[in-house]
Design a protein around this ligand. Structure first.
Ligand code: TXE
Length: 486
């Protein structure tokens, strides 16, 4: 990264250990969503830059895949340390690039980015090789890396999700060509600087910056990349799957969600209320795990609504640098418009907007930023558009349910199946509900508790494949059986 001739910050691709200009000379404007202004430019790397990155990764992969587990783990640990040593700077960069509250980036996301490398550095020590003996042969099953892996990550948790994909791919012995979102490219570029600082061999991690249509598509189509891990919207996931299928690439797709939050009358009300506020509005609702459909047992519906609305009305939306604010800006003007138009649709469908429902103007430095008030809507049927489509903003709907069966029916009546939250003191019921909910992740009496050893992913239109723990290392390797014949 450096300043261009016009003094604008230029965010370049990182290829073979150095930062390069896009071969076509094309740059995209990059905005600070909290102030609504361009503050840098990001390379829109064409297919030829992706070629360069894949060639560098292919060269590097010979040595990288032959390193001992300790040597590879040490490189990952040095990256983790490099992230920690620049944590404050990274958190500020993430806040500026995405509009998210600084405290969220600083306390959760950047520490987790470092932890992703540390975790997989540890986990590879436990990778084992299976052997099956018989009178006619001894079979040894090798788990071999692909050579070069591709990763495509979104803008909502930029460095957190970028590293969540890159770390296991590298740990398993692959070199990587990684594409961050063009809306939030900055911290990935800083990670490139960290790779230089900690002496990661050239070509092991390459970061191609650019749009999905240009750079992302080139990465998906590249014959040198045999496995791709993607997190983003369901529509983009479908496009990627359609490009990858005829090329027989291995895919992991983490897509959207429309997650239910099931609240039974016997729950710990105060804990549920505080957590439900977070699961609704953390990161302005732009987390695939946010619970955007709140389902409440009828007997406590009025009590819940009164208490929840009081919290929502008190919530502070504003400058993400100000620690007193609960919500920052949404990621872009286009995304703000998408959220506001989803709220209009909800009103047209007969929804009652009980809180929010509008953009927020923030005086001072952020007066032109893109903010949306936390919004609560009820009086909508499960089948309406609002309750079916992902909004990915600070917008939740609330619906009453009669009993557990009704709650499960409502929970499952969407095309998605990423996560769910169940609030009840009755653990038998919690287990039955959890077993019957169509989701890859279910929390009982909590939310967003993530143990990196556990599998993470969705069912139905929320994706295919699992990330996390040993599942991630399995994704990034392919099995080869070698039979020593007797
Ligand atoms: O994401 P995209 P968008 C959902 C959310 C949001 C919607 C659209 O509902 O409103 O998706 O968001 C790259 N080939 N989520 O359009 O397009 C792109 O450059 C290869 C849920 O911003 O999915 C970026 O790096 N790559 C979600 C990444 O895909 C392509 C997080 C994600 O962008 C590509 C984000 C292509 N043809 C949005 N087109 C979650 N699951 O957490 C785009 N990309």
């Amino acid at each position: 990264m450096s300043l261009g001739a016009d003094d604008t910050l230029k965010i370049r691709s990182f290829v073979d250990g150095e930062f390069i200009d896009p071969a076509t000379g094309q740059w995209l404007d990059n905005y600070d969503p909290a102030v609504g202004e361009v503050y840098s430019q990001v390379a829109n790397s064409p297919a030829s830059d992706v070629d360069r990155a894949v060639a560098a990764a292919t060269r590097a992969s010979r040595d990288w895949s032959r390193l001992s587990v300790e040597q590879r783990a040490n490189h990952l640990l040095r990256i983790a340390e490099g992230i920690r040593s620049r944590a404050d700077e990274l958190a500020r960069a993430e806040c500026r690039d995405s509009g998210k509250p600084l405290k969220l980036a600083r306390d959760l996301e950047i520490p987790r980015a470092a932890q992703n490398f540390g975790f997989f550095a540890g986990l590879i020590h436990g990778m084992s090789t299976a052997a099956h003996d018989s009178p006619v042969g001894l079979n040894v099953t090798l788990a071999q890396p692909f050579g070069v892996g591709g990763t495509i990550s979104p803008w909502n948790l930029p460095l957190y999700l970028f590293t969540w994909k890159v770390a296991p791919a590298l740990a398993a012995g692959n070199c990587v060509v990684a594409k961050p979102s063009e809306l939030t490219p900055l911290t990935a570029a800083m990670l490139g600087e960290i790779c230089i600082e900690v002496g990661l061999p050239h070509g092991v991690l390459n970061i191609v910056q650019g749009s999905g249509q240009v750079t992302g598509q080139a990465l998906v189509e590249h014959p040198g990349i045999r496995a791709i891990s993607f997190t983003g919207g369901t529509a983009t996931g479908a496009k990627i799957a359609a490009s990858a299928a005829p090329r027989f690439k291995k895919l992991s797709l983490e897509l959207g969600g429309k997650n239910p939050n099931l609240i039974f009358a016997d729950c710990d009300f105060d804990k549920m209320l505080a957590t439900t506020f977070r699961s609704s509005f953390q990161n302005q609702g732009q987390i695939c795990l946010c619970g955007s459909r709140i389902l409440v047992e009828s007997s406590i519906y009025d009590r819940f609504m009164a208490a929840f609305l009081m919290m929502v009305h008190k919530a502070k939306v504003g400058d993400p640098l100000d620690e007193a604010n609960d919500l920052g800006a949404v990621v872009s003007q286009a995304h703000q418009q998408k959220i506001l138009s989803a709220i209009d649709t909800a009103a047209a469908e007969g929804g009652r907007i009980l809180a929010g429902g509008h953009a927020v103007s923030v005086p001072g430095r952020c007066e032109r930023g893109w903010f949306v008030a936390p919004t609560v809507i009820d009086n909508l049927d499960q089948s309406c558009c609002t309750n079916q489509r992902e909004i990915f903003g600070p917008v939740v709907t609330v619906q009453p349910f009669r009993d557990a069966d009704h709650a499960i029916e409502l929970a499952n009546a969407v095309p998605y199946g990423l996560s769910a939250t169940v609030w009840t003191a009755n653990l038998n019921r919690a287990l039955r509900v959890a077993e019957n909910i169509e989701a890859g992740v279910v929390w009982v009496n909590g939310w967003l508790i993530r143990d990196l050893r556990t599998p993470f992913g969705g069912v139905k239109e929320s994706g295919v494949g699992r990330e996390g723990g040993i599942d991630a290392l399995e994704f990034w390797t392919q099995k080869k059986n070698v039979c020593f014949c007797r």
